[in-house]
Design a protein around this ligand. Structure first.
Ligand code: NDP
Length: 319
């Protein structure tokens, strides 16, 4: 019976992504006996490129980002989650199933959980990669406490730049906000909060970073250039926080599910997307919080909803 054979090869759930949202979804799906296949991608997730994570509940001394991710993965594997390293080439709906192509192979599934994350926009300037996690960061909420009594530069003029500056204000002695225009993009209320903190915060308008400097181990300065005069100067800082936006990793899903105007997957409160049987979790559907703990939470939601959907298929004879 060829039809039966093909149905047997259909999985209950495929999870696409290798961050904490996907590992949490895998843990819950595995414990629900859905035998999840996790396609973890080839680029490291955000936590794997972070140093210490001090705001994940349950670790009073903090935990290294890569350790947290490896622990989550091991925990999911312990309950039967299967992992495959590879980049998903395409993902389409075929009849009642979803067809995922990866490494030249095709997998079929009844449900999909998308947790492909969002990549922090970077500048691509000299020294940025070399000093990544050695003073260059994209998350002040995570790393601000490491900059107690230090001087830092925050790059950007949106709400994230304001939020990062406010987070750093509690620890750093001096914060330069370097913005490429002469007005912030951020909401008025956030701007006002920042601009009144003149004791520590100084805005450098119409300037962009052109190089990160360091002593080999850690950042020691950022060279900036005035966009009008082209004059350059070095800010002596111990850290550079990029807050120039994120790019959700959703290109291959644009025909499968509805995206918002910034490219994030639109989900409801139950992690459901516009497509029945497809769920999204973590930063790929969250332009606002972008925290490890909220990502894990939505991963859990997505798996529970996927399980409910599969149970519904069984109950209606559509399995
Ligand atoms: P935004 O896209 O809003 O802002 C990015 C900022 O970075 C802009 O000021 C932009 O400059 C600047 N920028 C972009 N690229 C470069 C570059 N190559 N070089 C220098 N500067 C650059 O991103 P955010 O992350 O700030 O915000 C994303 C969304 O999340 C928004 O909707 C925001 O409102 C929301 N958010 C809300 C918060 C809250 O309410 N508490 C907190 C954080 C985010 P320019 O202005 O010239 O375009």
């Amino acid at each position: 019976m060829p039809q039966q054979k093909s149905k047997d090869s259909v999985r209950d759930v495929i999870i696409i992504g290798g961050g904490i949202a996907s590992h949490t979804a895998a843990l819950y799906a595995a414990r629900a006996n859905m035998k999840p296949l996790v396609i973890a991608g080839i680029e490291p997730d955000q936590l794997s490129t972070t140093s210490v994570v001090e705001n994940f509940p349950g670790f009073p001394e903090g935990i290294q980002g890569p350790d947290l991710i490896q622990n989550c993965k091991k925990q999911a594997e312990r309950f039967g989650a299967e992992y495959l390293d590879g980049k998903v080439e395409s993902c389409v709906q075929k009849n009642n199933f979803f067809e995922v192509r990866v490494n030249g192979k095709t997998f079929l599934s009844r449900t999909l959980i998308i947790g492909t994350g969002a990549s922090a926009r970077t500048l691509g300037i000299k020294g940025e990669k070399e000093y990544w996690a050695k003073g260059v960061s994209t998350c002040a909420i995570c790393d601000a406490a490491l900059f107690r009594n230090k001087t830092v530069a925050v790059i950007g003029g949106g709400d994230s730049a304001m939020e990062e500056s406010l987070a750093l204000y509690k620890f750093a002695t001096k914060i330069y906000i370097v913005h490429r225009r002469d007005a912030f993009k951020a909401s008025k209320i956030m701007q006002e909060r920042v601009l009144k903190l003149k004791d520590k915060i100084e805005v450098i308008w119409n300037a962009v970073p052109v190089a990160v400097q360091g002593n080999g181990k850690f950042v020691s300065g950022v060279k900036i250039q005035d966009v009008n005069t082209k004059q350059e100067k070095v800010l002596k800082v111990d850290g550079m926080f990029l807050a120039i936006g994120h790019i959700p990793n959703t290109i291959i899903f644009s025909k499968l599910v509805k995206l918002d105007e910034q490219g994030y997957i639109v989900t409801d409160k139950r992690s459901r997307t516009s497509q029945d049987g497809v769920y999204a979790c973590g930063d790929v559907q969250d332009p606002v919080f972008k925290q490890a703990v909220t990502s894990a939470g939505t991963g859990c939601q997505a798996a529970i909803e996927a399980e409910r959907y599969v149970e519904h298929l069984k109950a209606t004879g559509d399995y």
